[in-house]
Design a protein around this ligand. Structure first.
Ligand code: COA
Length: 373
């Protein structure tokens, strides 16, 4: 069996930032408009008025201060409340492929590799912009890579599940190097008209190059072990899909065609699942928590990460041990833990250990134990 390493990583960050202040102003204007339009029903007691959102609530509940998005004009327009993206022709690169290519190029530069060194592309993300052909094949072609590509979706855990698939193929000799790329346009499936969740997500793309150890640069991260687990839950769900038009009111503007979650339940059920998963994985690999130098966690909620960090390390993590990026990026689904890894791994020394862990809808949880070479 070959050794598999992560030899490069990269982040594509969109140009547009939406601050909590901008987000709340737009939402509250939308809520006022909605209340005026439904004044009769509200007065009759048929529906309740839509409450305002608040910056204080968002920061206290999530730790999020801003998010990057591919388009902010539509999201912040009270008459639109979703991103407005240019319709692209079939003969030009799709928006997901374009974001993915940017992140892949950064990962390849860090790894010191070019297209001829890479044998496959896995696009692992929460949503694909079309049914087929696979976005991964488009990315592969745009980068000039021979070999193969495929898409996979395990929602927020897509990146770690993708790394496991790539590492297994590299170990088995199926490929020398595989790009695992996570283009996440979360603004497309977020319900910006719902104050319970309108602050949660942002857009980004991340990439990792999973490569055969003997071919990789010094200072790569050896993948010691990966572990994936899933357990069915409806507490994070989106009913949009290819059968939409076949159902009686499927094409209506229905709330369940965007992201829905029972946040409290997710909190209560996912936290123990994740802590147990990481601790069990480390234990089975014979790694003590005091040998752990870094935790790159999924970036959904600050309180969640504080809890997991404390549970795994058995103490409050010291500054830098468990870096958060969610204050700047919000929840970027599968890309969150990889942004943290990409931005906060350079300082680790040879022999240092870390865990990349993502978790979310499914439920799903994936962990990747790495050691700096
Ligand atoms: N502004 C002001 N008030 C708001 C608000 C907003 N934007 N959104 C909700 N509220 C109100 C609610 O209506 C509720 O009011 P009520 O008590 O009168 O009913 C109150 O604030 C508390 O809402 P709640 O949804 O219970 O807040 P919370 O503390 O559970 O935080 C989440 C919400 C979503 C941030 C939190 O549950 C969470 O992070 N869950 C896990 C998220 C996660 O990991 N998801 C994975 C997705 S991949």
């Amino acid at each position: 069996m070959n050794k598999a390493v992560i030899s490069g990583s990269g982040v594509f960050t969109p140009e547009n930032i939406i601050t909590n202040a901008e987000l709340v102003t737009a939402f509250n204007a939308y809520a006022d408009k909605w209340n005026a339009e439904h004044a009769g029903a509200i007065d009759a007691g048929d529906v309740g008025p839509m409450g305002h959102s608040s910056e204080e609530f968002i920061v206290a509940a999530s730790g999020i201060h801003q998010r990057f998005v591919m388009d902010k004009v539509g999201i912040l327009d009270p008459d639109v409340m979703h991103p407005l993206l240019r319709q692209r022709g079939d003969d030009e690169p799709g928006i997901m492929a374009e974001m993915a290519v940017n992140a892949c190029q950064k990962a390849m530069i860090q790894a010191g590799k070019s297209a001829e060194d890479v044998d496959a592309v896995i696009v692992a993300a929460s949503n694909m912009e079309r049914a087929y052909p696979a976005i991964a094949i488009e990315v592969q072609t745009l980068l000039g890579i021979q070999g193969f590509g495929f898409d996979m979706n395990v929602a927020c855990s897509s990146a770690t599940f993708g790394i496991q698939a790539a590492a297994d193929m590299v170990r088995a000799g199926t490929a020398r190097a595989i790009l695992v790329v996570n283009p996440e346009i979360c603004s497309g499936h977020l319900e910006w008209r719902d104050r319970d969740c309108h602050f949660i997500f942002g857009d980004v793309a991340t990439a990792t190059l999973v490569e055969r150890g003997d071919l990789a640069r010094d200072g790569s991260f050896e993948i010691l072990s990966t572990r994936c687990a899933t357990e069915f839950s409806n507490n994070i769900r989106n009913n949009n899909g290819f059968l939409r038009r076949s159902r009686p009111d499927g094409v209506q503007d229905r709330r369940d065609m965007q992201f829905m979650q029972n946040g409290r339940k997710v909190f209560k059920e996912v936290l123990p699942m994740v802590s147990k998963h990481i601790l069990g994985h480390l234990d089975d690999e014979g790694i003590q928590t005091d040998q752990l130098n870094r935790l790159w966690l999924h970036q959904a909620n600050k309180a969640m990460n504080d809890f997991i960090g404390k549970k795994v390390l058995g103490r409050v993590p010291e500054t830098g041990e468990q870096p958060n990026i969610l204050q700047d990026y919000a929840n970027t689904s599968s890309a969150g833990s990889i942004i943290a890894f990409s931005k906060f791994s350079d300082d680790l020394k040879a022999g240092d250990h870390g865990v990349i862990c993502s978790f979310g809808a499914g439920y799903s949880v994936g962990s990747v134990i790495v050691r700096r070479l």
